[in-house]
Design a protein around this ligand. Structure first.
Ligand code: AMP
Ligand code: MG
Length: 458
């Protein structure tokens, strides 16, 4: 790629970084050895320009619906790629030409949040960037008050965002738009290089993957919080974790980001924003794909999203095929959970017990009525009950990380208890499994701890 896409510069990380969590399993998958990690840590302690060809990328983006013509890695430094072609990115590693008013730092709290979310999402089978390692520094940074700083080592096959294309498109630099698309098509196996119309295939694939990703978010009750086009990956991976939340009591109007004053990114609006972002990308690809074709592809989003979401809810209910009345059965359950302010994750997990007729909880009259309909519906299922239960166990997580729990982990790490972070992440290695390790998740949120919302400050 040419220099118009980035600025080469060394990292300038906070002082005395110490490794507090190392994702060995992931390192094996992406081809990053102990020696490589040591080299990265040494580089962070004393950046030497000869060790890595580091750079920060420039992009633009629609933030809360408004176009901002220049953004970029304001605190992210690209370190290079692993032997298995995964990008390595240091987040919180110093100022860059794109830092605007920022200090190039990341606070410990937001770095822990990103580490946890990336790994949990992956373990929930939802595409996500990954967290390789987390380093903590003694250096304090000023947000509302002085806070600890950290550096996250992130990996993904690509760090190309929708906003990269927007940056060049709105400067009338169609050559660069083409160059970037060619690079992506050539380098990422997701795209079909030999398709008859490679750019059409490229855009169609992104639209499809985005719709699929968001249907998975909805299924698990994940709220992203900052669905700006600069936070959307062309691979359809969940990208740039900020003030996210995993839904506690179901509330479609939940806004997890306190900086989102109009609720643009509320849970119920996420599917629409996914489409909005795809059309923003379509606009930026206008010089490569005929407009009518872009419109045609955008029209496929809704069908892709709805059919995926329907399949997810059928699986969550343990239903093999879609039968008339199933949509109502699903919708009525969601309405009941919403009206009765029940925990989203637990309500779906409890369907397993209901189906096994081991459910001892006496619920409201309406819920009892619904349970009868649910059991009746299963009488029409031809597949083995065990297979249906297995399916339900593999899609209804036993636990999701709630903000109040994550906050407890952050508080512990701030006090030097890194073990709290390790055991929390261990519990989420398999969020579908009920085991003794996960008992801490039975704790109910204390007063003012339910549905904690966070801000963009990070
Ligand atoms: P985000 O909301 O984290 O996606 O960031 C939006 C933009 O602000 C991106 O261009 C970031 O690189 C930049 N940014 C966020 N925090 C900082 C910071 N502390 N220093 C410099 N740039 C930042
Ligand atoms: Mg971002």
């Amino acid at each position: 790629m040419g220099v118009e896409f980035y600025s080469a510069l060394p990292a300038n990380p906070p002082a005395d970084l110490a490794l507090i969590i190392d994702n060995r399993e992931l390192r094996e998958q992406i081809g990053l050895t102990d020696e490589d990690l040591n080299k990265i840590q040494s580089y962070c302690l004393s950046p030497n320009a000869n060790d890595f060809d580091t750079f920060a990328m420039v992009y633009a983006g629609h933030q809360f619906g408004q176009f901002v013509n220049q953004l970029g890695d304001g605190r992210g430094i690209f370190l290079g790629q692993t032997n298995h072609d995964y990008d390595l990115h240091l987040k919180g590693a110093g100022k860059t030409p794109y830092s605007r008013f920022g200090d190039g730092r990341a606070v410990l709290r937001s770095s822990i949040r990103e580490y946890i979310a990336s790994e949990v999402m992956n373990n929930l089978n939802i595409p996500s960037t990954r967290a390789v390692a987390l380093f903590i520094s003694e250096e304090k940074v000023l947000r509302d008050s002085y806070e600890s700083s950290a550096v996250l080592l992130r990996s993904s096959q690509s760090h190309i965002r929708f906003g990269h294309f927007e940056f060049f498109h709105y400067r009338n630099k169609s050559k660069q738009v083409k160059k970037l698309a060619d690079y992506a098509i050539e380098n990422y196996s997701l795209f079909n290089e030999s398709a008859e119309e490679p750019y059409v295939n490229f855009f169609q694939t992104i639209v499809q993957k985005t719709a699929q990703m968001i249907s998975k978010w909805q299924g698990v009750g994940f709220c992203h919080g900052v669905m700006n086009t600069d936070n959307f990956s062309i691979l359809g991976e969940t990208f740039d974790y900020g003030p996210y939340a995993f839904m506690e009591s179901l509330n479609p109007e939940f806004i997890c980001n306190t900086s989102d004053y109009e609720g643009r990114y509320r849970y119920s609006n996420q599917p629409y924003i996914g489409l909005w972002n795809c059309s923003a990308l379509g606009e930026a690809l206008k010089t490569l794909i005929p407009e009518a074709k872009i419109e045609e592809i955008l029209k496929t989003y809704e069908q892709e999203f709805s059919s995926n979401l329907r399949r997810i809810y059928l699986d969550k209910l343990g239903l093999t095929d879609h039968q008339p009345g199933d949509d109502e059965l699903i919708q009525d359950y969601l309405s009941l959970i919403n009206n009765e302010k029940l925990d989203y994750t637990q309500s779906f997990r409890s369907l397993i017990k209901i189906l096994k007729e081991e459910d001892l909880i006496k619920s409201s009259v309406s819920l009892e009525k619904w349970k009868k309909r649910f059991l009746k519906r299963h009488e029409f299922e031809k597949s083995d009950l065990r297979d249906r239960l297995d399916m339900m166990k593999s899609i209804n997580p036993h636990i999701t990380p709630k903000n109040f729990q994550i906050q407890k982990v952050i508080d512990a790490v701030e006090k030097g208890n890194y073990e709290a972070l390790h055991s929390f992440c261990d519990a989420f290695k398999n969020p579908f499994e009920e085991n003794s390790k996960t008992q801490i998740f039975d704790e109910v949120p204390g007063e003012n701890e339910a549905n904690i919302r966070t801000s963009c400050s990070s």
